[in-house]
Unconditional design. Structure first.
Length: 303
C-alpha cells in the first residue's frame, strides 16, 4: 500500500470523484475503485469519512500539484497521438492553467512547487520526443471488470502497445491456473505479438531506482490495472510501471499469478468489510498524520 502522502498525491485520477454509497445488503454487488479499496485497507473509518459520509476536505497542495501535472501530461499525449507536438510553452501553460493556489504553505512554497512542475514537464517532453520513444495507444482510458461479483473500475493513465518479438501463443494465452476476472469483456482489439506496458504517472518524488522498482512491484493500483487489461483483452500486460515525473525514474515490474492472487485477496478483504459495514478505525501514527480527517476523527493518533 502506498504511503499516505503519496496516496494523497495519487496521480492516476487527479481527485477521486464521489461514489455511490455501497449497498448494505449482503451479497449486493459493490462498485469499487482502487482508491476506495486503498482507503478501506488503510483505515475503514477513513473510507467511511471519504466515501460514505463524503466529508469535504480542504485541497492539499500535493493534490493541486499532481492534478496540474497530470492535466499537462494528458494533453501532451492526446495531441501527440494526433500528430501535434506541444511546445514547451504550451505544455507549461497547460500546467499553469490547471493550477490553483489553495493548500500551499506560503507563497515561496507555491513558487517552488510551480518551478518543480515546470522542470519535470520540460524533461518529460524531451523524453517523449527522443528517437524511438513510443506514442501511447491509450491515454486516460476507463476500464471495468467484475471480480467475485463486484465491479472494479479504474482508468489507465497510459497504455503502450508495441510490436513484439515473442511467439504469438505465449503472448495470448492467459495462465490456465491463475487469476481470471469473473467476466472478460474483450472490448479492445489486440494483435497476438504486441507488447503491452501500462504506466501510471506519479507526482511523488522518488529518486532511488530500487525504491521505484519496489513501488511498482508492490502497487495494488498497478495490479488492478493489469486485471482490467486482462478483462478487456483476454491477456495480461507484459509489464506495469510507475513513472515518477519529478525525478524521471521509472519503476517497472511484471505481473504474475502470485501478484494477481495477492491483489485479489486485498480487494476481497476490502469488499467483505465494506459489505459488512465494518468501519472500525485502524489508527496508525503515519496513516493518521497524513489523513485529511485527523482533525475530526475521534480515533486519530495525530491531532
Ligand atoms: S485519523 Fe487515523 S483513525 Fe481516523 S480515519 Fe484517519 S487514518 Fe483512520
Amino acid at each position: 500500500m502506498p504511503p499516505p502522502l503519496e496516496r494523497l498525491a495519487a496521480f492516476a485520477s487527479p481527485v477521486p470523484g464521489p461514489v455511490a454509497e455501497p449497498r448494505p445488503e449482503n451479497g449486493e454487488p459493490l462498485s469499487l475503485s482502487f482508491y476506495q479499496v486503498d482507503d478501506y485497507l488503510t483505515c475503514p473509518q477513513k473510507y467511511k469519512f471519504n466515501h460514505i459520509l463524503r466529508v469535504p476536505v480542504s485541497p492539499h497542495h500535493s493534490i493541486i500539484y499532481g492534478a496540474a501535472l497530470h492535466r499537462a501530461v494528458q494533453e501532451f499525449h492526446k495531441r501527440h497521438a494526433h500528430g501535434e507536438v506541444m511546445t514547451e510553452g504550451e505544455l507549461i501553460a497547460s500546467f499553469e492553467s490547471a493550477w490553483s493556489s489553495e493548500g500551499f504553505l506560503n507563497r515561496d512554497h507555491e513558487s517552488a512547487r510551480l518551478e518543480a512542475g515546470r522542470t519535470a514537464l520540460r524533461r518529460f517532453r524531451a523524453e517523449q520526443l527522443e528517437p524511438g520513444a513510443v506514442i501511447p495507444a491509450y491515454v486516460e482510458r476507463d476500464f471495468a471488470f467484475t471480480l467475485d461479483g463486484d465491479r472494479i473500475r479504474g482508468r489507465w493513465d497510459r497504455v503502450d502497445v508495441e510490436p513484439g518479438e515473442g511467439p504469438a501463443e505465449a503472448a495470448v494465452q492467459p495462465s490456465p491456473d491463475g487469476f481470471q476476472p469473473d467476466v472478460v469483456e474483450p472490448t479492445l482489439a489486440l494483435l497476438p505479438r504486441e507488447r503491452v506496458t501500462i504506466t501510471d504517472y506519479k507526482s511523488s518524488d522518488v529518486r532511488d531506482p530500487d525504491r521505484a522498482r519496489q513501488r511498482a512491484r508492490e502497487s495494488l493500483q498497478l495490479t488492478i490495472y493489469a486485471m482490467g487489461w486482462q478483462a478487456m483483452t483476454g491477456r495480461l500486460p507484459d509489464a506495469v510501471q510507475l513513472n515518477f515525473l519529478e525525478s524521471g525514474l521509472v519503476g517497472r515490474a511484471g505481473v504474475d499469478d502470485k501478484r494477481l492472487a495477492r491483489g485479489r485477496a486485498q480487494i476481497q478483504l476490502a469488499a467483505t468489510g465494506i459489505r459488512a459495514r465494518d468501519f472500525k478505525p485502524k489508527p496508525d501514527l503515519v496513516a493518521c498524520s497524513y489523513c485529511p480527517f485527523r482533525a475530526i476523527c475521534p480515533a486519530s493518533l495525530a491531532r
